[in-house]
Design a protein around this ligand. Structure first.
Ligand code: FES
Length: 396
């Protein structure tokens, strides 16, 4: 997630004993309420290994986190998962968060929602709902979601969200299996009267990394999909949904300024209370603090996990002497670790990285697979049955 140029920029703060790295406030709090999910998306960014993920925070523990975050200056609170609708206290959490003054948004598959819950969310003050779809057709959507009822339910809930007056974001994760239907995806979004549509090319973390060979589109597919999106933008001419096309960093030569910098504005709380600078950081070989053991202020300003990649001192070459380091922060720490085994390396997306050939190899592999030159790799759905296999693949 890149927020370069975002208005959510922290002012420069002088380091002090209480805040040794001069960290600003955590503007954006993401509450991953649960890792449980009725769907099985093969690009899910949740960790592969959920066996040690502990018990979920209670309602009171979540409320304490929200209160501490608000006192520290957090302004936006996202509820996600897994599927946050599986938490029966979601309405309470939204209401209390809204009363604390947060701008609240719900990121959901729509499964577990009904008319009454949409109405209860509205009464609780929820500001904004994002509904995810897998594809524009029932067959492909349900196949990718691993649920025969998913598409019909999503359609019904998207209509209900609009009927109850919410601004609605539709999110489609785009990959090789659905990129050719991008025009149909946009048509569906227009029909559903979405206000915003995120056409987000998959990012390769969690399950998506395991399935990258199957998911990564080719450069040609990408260029065509973006051109079609631009044609729709022209046709819509400001009417209808705002189309947001998120390009994948795998086809860039410079990395994204991931999370707007480590421990800069984003604070994710995992279901068990582990505090993370980004939702994927749990896969790094590092210790992260837990809100059950420490205050949020101690975690944000003073924990090793959050301070580790703040500033520029930790950087190696080529980042250390790079004149773009203040723009991209050396890229994504999680991607650097996944592709090079060292989270302090430059993100291999950068053409200055000595590991950039790994990105080039992934692009070439996508070309060969799309051309049928190499055999298709199977798509591993996110479920407990496949977890062992996924962990074995990552250990190789
Ligand atoms: Fe980029 Fe973790 S996903 S730093």
């Amino acid at each position: 997630m890149s927020t370069t140029g975002s208005p959510l920029a922290n002012p420069v703060i002088q380091p002090s004993a209480d805040n040794p790295h001069g960290a600003g406030r955590p503007f954006w709090l993401l509450a991953e309420l649960t890792y449980k999910c009725p769907l099985q998306c093969s690009y899910c960014s949740n960790p592969l290994d959920l066996s040690g993920s502990g018990t979920e925070l209670t309602t009171d523990q979540w409320l304490s986190v929200f209160e501490q975050g608000r006192k520290m200056g957090a302004a936006q609170l996202g509820f996600s998962g897994g599927e946050p609708l599986l938490r029966r206290d979601l309405e309470v959490l939204i209401r209390e968060a809204r009363n604390m003054g947060y701008y609240t948004n719900l990121i959901t598959s729509g499964l577990g929602m009904d008319d009454r819950r949409v109405s209860d969310f509205r009464d609780a003050g929820l500001d904004h709902i994002q509904v995810s779809f897998q594809a524009s057709t029932e067959e492909l959507n349900n196949q990718l979601a691993g649920s025969q009822k998913a598409f019909a339910q999503k359609l019904a809930m998207a209509k209900e969200v609009k009927a109850q007056g919410y601004p609605m974001v539709l999110n489609f994760v785009i990959h090789r299996d659905n990129i050719e239907q991008i025009d149909k995806i946009i048509e569906l979004s227009i029909e559903l009267q979405a206000d915003f549509v995120e056409l987000a090319i998959a990012q390769y973390y969690g399950w998506a990394f395991i399935n990258r060979a199957h998911l990564l589109p080719t450069k040609t597919q990408l260029i065509k999909a973006e051109a079609i999106t631009n044609q729709y933008r022209d046709q819509l001419n400001g009417k209808g949904p705002k189309l947001i096309f998120v390009t994948p960093d795998y086809y860039e030569e410079r990395p994204k300024g991931c999370m707007n910098g480590w421990g800069n504005i984003f604070l994710t709380i995992a279901p068990d209370g582990t505090a993370l600078p980004c939702h994927s950081a749990r896969e790094l070989p590092m210790q992260f603090p837990n809100v059950k053991d420490e205050s949020l202020a101690d975690i944000w300003y003073r924990s090793t996990g959050f301070n580790h990649f703040r500033g520029y001192e930790w950087m190696k070459e080529p980042c250390r002497s790079c004149d773009e380091k203040e723009k991209d922060f050396g890229g994504c720490r999680c991607q650097a670790f996944k592709l090079t085994g060292d989270a302090a390396n430059a993100d291999p997306v950068c053409s200055k990285s000595e590991h950039h050939s790994k990105i080039v190899a992934a692009r070439n592999e996508a070309e060969q697979l799309a051309a049928g030159v190499a055999p298709q790799s199977p798509l591993l759905a996110r479920n407990t049955r496949n977890q062992r296999m996924a962990l074995d693949i990552i250990a190789r």
